[in-house]
Design a protein around this ligand. Structure first.
Ligand code: TNX
Length: 528
C-alpha cells in the first residue's frame, strides 16, 4: 500500500514537472533537477566557429533581455558559467535528424547533438526555458532533456497570391516556424489572383501577372468587388535572401508553381498558353476558374523554362507543382486537347492531366528533384515518383501510401488555418468551417487502416494558410496562433489528444512568451 502511494506520488510529480514547463512542442523526455543556472552578462558561450545557432542565441538574449553573452575563447576557470554546444558522432547509423540532448546544470549548459539541426532544436528548447520576466540575471531551472522529432515533414504553408506579404513578414513567419521546431515552409507563389515570383525569361509574368484591378470585398457569397489595383512580387534576389534565411534556421522552402489549374494570372500575361487564346485578366474573384493551361508542347516548354529558373533558387528535395482544382471544361472543347487524348490513347481529360503531370515530373526528376502535388494528381494515375499532399481529407494520402508514394497530410478537417478557430460570431470574417486549437491537437497524421510498411510513407503534415480572407500580416498571425503550437506538438510526436489539458496548461504559460514577442494571437483560447 505504502509503495503504491509512493509510486503514485512519483508519477504525478513527474507529470507535474513536465506540464509546469512551458515547452511546446513537448520534448520526448524532460526531467527537472534541483537548482538553477544563472544566465547573465558573465555567462559564456562556447560553440564551433561561425555557429549560426550560437549567434542566434546571443542575439535573442541580447534582444529580449539586454544580456550580452560572452564568447569563450580560452579554457574556462572553474567558477565560470558556460553554455557549450557540442557536435558529436551519432550513436547509430540511422539516427533521427534533429535528435539532441539539453542539460542545464548549475554551472554549465550543454546542448549535444550529432548535427547542427539538433543543436538548433536544443537552442529553441533553451529559449523556451528562459523566464518570461525580463531581468539582467535569468535563472534557468536545471533539467535534462532528451529529444527528437517523429515526423520528417513538419510544415506550414502560406498563400502569398490572394494577398501579398512582404519579405520581412515572410522572414518573421519563418522565425515562427523555427520557434516550434518546424522544418518546412511551403510557399504558394502562383495562383489565379497573382504571380509572385520573378521569372527572367518571361517578364510579363510579373509585369502583368502580379497585379489585379480589384479584389473581392466581404465574403465570396456577397459577390462584391473593389477596383483598387493590388499586387506585388518577389525578385529572384529577394527569394535567394529568404531561402538563405530559412536555411540558417534549418527550414527548407518548398516553392509551389501551380499547374495546370489556378493559372489565370500566368494566362493574363501569356494568353497563348490557354486553350482559347484569351484575353484574360488577373483574377479578381476567388474560387476555381475554368481557364487553365492548355497542356500543349508550348505550355510544357514554358513551364520547363519557369522551373529551370525556380529550381536553382530553391535547393529543396521537393518542388510543388500544384495540380489541384483543374476544371476540364476548356479541355473538353479544345480541338488540340482532344487530338492529344486520341493520339496518346488516353481515356479522358483526367488521363490528359496525368500525362501532363508525368511530363513535368520527368523534367523535374531529370534535374535531380522530386515533385509533390495536391491529391488531385492521383486522378487519372499518379506520376511514377510523385509525392501527394492530401487536402480533401486523408483518403488521397491513404491511397497514395498504399501505392508506395510519399505523403504529406494536410486535410481540411484539421489543417486549414483559414477556417474559423472559434464561433464565427466572435471572429473576423473567414472562409467558413471551424478548426479549434483542440481539434488541431487531436490530429493523427498517420491514419488508421495503413499497415506499418504503408505508414512509413507518411512524411508528416502541414497546415495551410490560404489568404482570400486574410489581407494583413497581423491577421495572418491571428489565424496561425495558437493553432501552430498545437500542430507543432502533433508533428514532433508528443501530442496525445487525451492529454489536451496538459498542453493547454503549457500553452497558457507559453502565451506570455508570445506577448513578449508581440505576436497577435487569437485570444479566444483564454476563455476556455
Ligand atoms: C482550396 S486546398 C484550394 C485553394 C483555396 C482553398 C480555400 C487547395 C489545394 N486548393 O485554392 O484557397 O481551398 O480554403
Amino acid at each position: 500500500m505504502y509503495k503504491k502511494i509512493l509510486f503514485f506520488l512519483l508519477i504525478s510529480q513527474a507529470a507535474l514537472a513536465q506540464s509546469s514547463l512551458p515547452l511546446i512542442p513537448k520534448p520526448i523526455e524532460a526531467h527537472l533537477q534541483n537548482g538553477n543556472f544563472l544566465l547573465d552578462g558573465n555567462t559564456f558561450i562556447s560553440a564551433g566557429k561561425d555557429s549560426f545557432e550560437a549567434r542566434f542565441l546571443k542575439d535573442y538574449v541580447a534582444g529580449q533581455y539586454g544580456i550580452e553573452l560572452r564568447t569563450l575563447t580560452t579554457k574556462p576557470s572553474t567558477d565560470q558559467r558556460v553554455i557549450y554546444f557540442s557536435i558529436v558522432p551519432s550513436d547509430t547509423s540511422n539516427e533521427q535528424e534533429g535528435k539532441y540532448r539539453l542539460e542545464v546544470q548549475k554551472t554549465r549548459i550543454d546542448i549535444i547533438s550529432s548535427s547542427a539541426t539538433g543543436i538548433w532544436y536544443g537552442v529553441q528548447t533553451l529559449v523556451q526555458l528562459l523566464p518570461v520576466e525580463k531581468s539582467a540575471s535569468l535563472p534557468i531551472k536545471c533539467i535534462r532533456v532528451s529529444d527528437a522529432p517523429l515526423f520528417k515533414w513538419r510544415g506550414m504553408h502560406l498563400d502569398v497570391c490572394r494577398h501579398f506579404f512582404s519579405v520581412d513578414f515572410v522572414k518573421k513567419y519563418i522565425d515562427y516556424l523555427a520557434m516550434y521546431k518546424m522544418n518546412t515552409f511551403h510557399w504558394h507563389l502562383t495562383d489565379d489572383q497573382g504571380w509572385r515570383i520573378e521569372i527572367k525569361k518571361y517578364p510579363k509574368l510579373t509585369e502583368i501577372g502580379a497585379w489585379r484591378n480589384g479584389t473581392m470585398v466581404g465574403h465570396y457569397n456577397d459577390q462584391k468587388y473593389d477596383s483598387i489595383r493590388y499586387g506585388g512580387f518577389y525578385t529572384q534576389e529577394q527569394i535567394k535572401e529568404v531561402v538563405a534565411y530559412a536555411k540558417e534556421r534549418h527550414i527548407a522552402i518548398i516553392p509551389e508553381i501551380e499547374m495546370p489549374g489556378h493559372a489565370q494570372a500566368a494566362l493574363a500575361a501569356y494568353p497563348e498558353l490557354s486553350c482559347t487564346g484569351g484575353p484574360f485578366e488577373v483574377a479578381r474573384r476567388w474560387g476555381v476558374l475554368d481557364d487553365v493551361f492548355c497542356p500543349k508542347e508550348a505550355t510544357i516548354a514554358f513551364l520547363e523554362d519557369v522551373l529551370s529558373e525556380v529550381m536553382p533558387l530553391f535547393p529543396s528535395e521537393y518542388i510543388h507543382i500544384g495540380g489541384d482544382e483543374c476544371p476540364k471544361a476548356r479541355w473538353e472543347k479544345c480541338p488540340h486537347c482532344q487530338a492529344m487524348i486520341a493520339e496518346l490513347g488516353l481515356k479522358d481529360e483526367h488521363g490528359l492531366q496525368s500525362y501532363f503531370i508525368t511530363r513535368i515530373e520527368k523534367f523535374v526528376n531529370s534535374k535531380g528533384r522530386k515533385i509533390i502535388g495536391w491529391d488531385e494528381i492521383l486522378e487519372g494515375g499518379l506520376a511514377p515518383n510523385a509525392a501527394v499532399m492530401s487536402w480533401r481529407g486523408t483518403e488521397g494520402g491513404i491511397a497514395a501510401a498504399k501505392q508506395q508514394h510519399h505523403v504529406v497530410m494536410s486535410p481540411g478537417s484539421h489543417c486549414y488555418f483559414d477556417q474559423y478557430q472559434a464561433d464565427s460570431s466572435t471572429q473576423p470574417l473567414a472562409i467558413g468551417g471551424m478548426i479549434t486549437t483542440e481539434k488541431v491537437y487531436s490530429f493523427h497524421p498517420v491514419p488508421e487502416g495503413l499497415s506499418a510498411s504503408e505508414a512509413k510513407y507518411i512524411m508528416g503534415a502541414q497546415a495551410n494558410v490560404w489568404t482570400e480572407y486574410i489581407a494583413s500580416e497581423d491577421h495572418v498571425e491571428y489565424m496561425v496562433f495558437p493553432r501552430i503550437a498545437a500542430l507543432s506538438e502533433v508533428l514532433w510526436g508528443t501530442a496525445k489528444s487525451e492529454e489536451y489539458s496538459d498542453f493547454y496548461q503549457r500553452l497558457m504559460k507559453h502565451l506570455k512568451l508570445l506577448d513578449n514577442l508581440g505576436v497577435n494571437y487569437c485570444r479566444e483560447i483564454l476563455k476556455h
